[in-house]
Every structure is written in structure tokens, then in C-alpha cells.
Design a protein around this ligand. Sequence first.
Ligand SMILES: O=C(O)CCC(=O)C(=O)O
Ligand SMILES: [Fe+2]
Length: 449
Amino acid sequence: MNHPRQRGGKSNRGRPGGSPNTQWVPCNKKVDTSSTSRDNSSCTDGSPENVGRKVSEDSTGNEQLSNSERHQHIGELTANSVPEVHQDRFSMVDPSARKGQGSCSNSWVSVKGSAGNERPSSAQRHQSPKIPSSLLSGGSSLPIDVSPLSVRVSEADNLCNTGNHQNVPAKPENKLPGVKLDICKVKSAGTVILKPSVYAKNREIRKASLQKSSEILRPGMVLLKNHINHADQVQSLSFLAIQMKIIKVCRDLGLGAGGFYKPCFENGGKMNLQMMCLGMNWDPERKVYDYRRSVDDAIPPGIPDEFKQIVKRAVTESHALIKEKHKKCNPEDVIPSMQPDMCIINFYSKTGTLGLHQDKDETKESLDKGLPVVSISIGDSAEFLYGEHGDVEGANKVILESGDVLIFGGKSRHIFHGVKSILPDTAPKALVAEANLRPGRLNLTFRKY
Ligand SMILES: O=C(O)CCC(=O)C(=O)O
Ligand SMILES: [Fe+2]
């Protein structure tokens, strides 16, 4: 992950002060492909929709960049048409520290909150942090069963309703000061959620979505249209049930320890989205991967097994598509299979953006093998840019809709990509109505560190 806007490891999710691999790429700047990384930040890039706009709180109730913050970013970006290259402060965690110690795919249920955790020394944090025993018990334990087969329509009523977690053990709280992001609105008691008219709209949306077909965007890059929904249909389940489950899980995890926060760049500017990590933490300020996040020492929740299954299914589906189009090729050579050990979850409000960047903070082995990034979109649609180079003008655009899965690996593993804008009010009406998702877009990108 290396955004020219920031995020990083050695990386790339880019920030204005990054490793030699990391650069900030304003949405409209050209960048030397050889060295850019993930930037993230959002198009505080001087795009017309951002410049000078006064945004204090959007409809999600979450704070947005203040004018001064935003202008600070814009100022930096426009002032530095050649992105700065900084000394790499990246220090990689040796994953072997974790090997043989059991799975870390626990959910927050078995993960201690930041409050009670011993603060590791700087050396521990920067090298091989000890894995807390709470993480070593193995096994994924979701607060709810998100298995597609166990989804029932009637459950939709309860999704994202605050105070409806009788079967869920108390979870450690997100201790980060500042705004806590609840990606769902709290419903008032007695709200009627599922109306026939919603089902009718739902059917229309499904019909429309099914007309769009999956495609190979470029070698190693596949867009699976409506993939998440498709899985539902195969199981003859509610149209949006899996997406609602994903929202529910992300919502719960987002409110707990290691949950959503608004990351900062090294210079203190804020990214134009809310983020949290699963499995491992990616730290945009220090551009490192670690097992704790430095902002509050929280341990990232594990990746739920059900999420891993969705990733597996998506890669299999991409292989089928590749095989169908290119009969003679071995799909594994185009997009290798990948078992994710980390996931970055972003929530973009209506004004959220993410600058062009490369995801390249993962290990050399992972990158060299071209292990894919698998990206799931839920909620409002996004204008997604991608291209060989870090310039917005030369980038291709594709609309990512709710339920789409984008996969880029192999020859496209280092593709520049970013989110130009969120298209307001484009989320399936039924999803908004049933899951109570706030306006905006949820994106999960799975990777192998
Ligand atoms: O939101 C998206 O579609 C892309 C997210 C992304 O590129 C990232 O988190 O590295
Ligand atoms: Fe990315």
C-alpha cells in the first residue's frame, strides 16, 4: 500500500514524508512510476470538489478536514509538484516472530483492548513485538456467524441496531481519543425496516446489476461485478445479506479496540477517510506494518474466517474468468492464489477520496510473487482510477459499485490506483434501509503481508 497520498510501510500509501518508495501524488500530478507509493490521503489534492470547500461535519456525523487542515494539504501538494522523497523510517516486522504461535485470526472477542495492554518498548514495537497470549488461542470467533449459509433474511432487522448484541460478549472499546466512527446510523426502537417497496427496489437493483458483466481490466486485474451479491443468489439467500453481514462485522470491529480512526500523515494532516486494519496494522504515520498500532497500542482484530472465504471465492472466480477468456493460460500465472493475513478497511464519507498510489508496503516475497490485493466495495459507488503511472489525467476510470470485487495481482500488482470520488446516494436503497449504513463507502482490501 503506497498511496501517493499516503499510507505506508515502506511504502506507498503515500505520504508526504515517506520512504524512498513513498511519494504523495496529488490527484493531478505526474509522478515517476518507479518510486511512488500509496498515498492516501484523499484527494486533498486540489480537486475542484475539495478546494476551498468548507466541511466540518458531514452527514455521517464524522469530522472532515477543517478548512485549515485541508488547505494545509492542498498547499503542500501544490507546492511540491515533485513529491518529496524522505529517508525511509520503515521498519519491518519479522512475521516469523508469529509463526508457530497459532493463528491470529481471532476477532475482538479474544483481543484485549488497548487500555490494559503493556506498552511495548520502542524496540519491541519496531521489530518483533510479542504476540499477546490473547491472540494465540487460535480460531476465529466472530461476534456473529457470518457464514453465507447461515444468513437469514429475518436477521436483517437486527443488523447494526445498537443495543442488539445480547449474545455478544462485551468487547474492548476503541480507546482512541476523538471521533468514534459508527458506520451505521442508530435506529430508533420500533423502526420498520423491510417494506415491500424496498424489496421491489431491491429486485430492480439486482436486475440492473446482473446486466453488467465481470471483466479483465488489464493483465492481472479483474473486476468481478456484483460478486458479493452473486454469492447470495447462489445460496438462494437474501439479495444483500452478505453485504449486510460484512457491514455488521465491520461496524462492530470499527467501534472496538483497534477500530476506525482518522489517520494522520507525518506532517499532521489528516487522511480523507477513516481506517482500521485487521490481522496486522499498517501505520500511515510511520509507514510500517506492525502487530499493534502506534496511535493507541491497540492490537488489530483478526480477519474473520468468513472474510477469508469471500476472498478465496473471489480469486477462484477470477481464475474462471481468465480461463474462459484465455483458454491456454494458467490462471495461477496471471493472478496467484493468496491467503490474506491483513486487511485495510476504509470508510469514505461522501467527500472521501484516496490519491493515486501503489500498494507496495508488503514483503518483497509477496510483491515479487504478484500476490493479489482483493478489494471489496460496499455502499456508495466510487470513481476508481487506475493506471501505469501516477498521473490522474492518464489514468483509467471504472465505477466500483456495492458488491463489486476488484482484484489486482501479477502484472498489475504495482498498478497505481485511487478513489477520485464517492458518488452520493448510489448505494442500493435496500442496503441503506436494512443495514442503516451511513452515506459513504466501505472498502476492504485484503493482502498477504
Ligand atoms: O477504496 C478503494 O477502492 C481502494 C483502497 C486502497 O487502495 C487501499 O486501501 O490501499
Ligand atoms: Fe491501495
